[in-house]
Design a protein around this ligand. Structure first.
Ligand SMILES: [Zn+2]
Length: 60
């Protein structure tokens, strides 16, 4: 169902490092899915995994 208010949503992806538990939010990229293993963590080289995909409301 669509809401009456017009709002724009930008799909976002949240990745979490399995080692240091650091969470990173970034733009959704085609092909992303929950629990997908992505690039290594920048701080500890651990495995990043996608934990959340959501639509972030953009205020215009
Ligand atoms: Zn890490």
């Amino acid at each position: 169902m669509f809401s009456k208010k017009e709002e724009k949503r930008a799909p976002c992806t949240v990745e979490q490092c399995e080692s240091c538990k650091k969470e990173t939010k970034r733009k959704f990229i085609e092909g992303d899915y929950i629990f997908k293993e992505t690039s290594p963590c920048v701080s500890c080289k651990g495995q990043l995994r996608i934990t959340k995909i959501f639509g972030e409301i953009i205020k215009t």
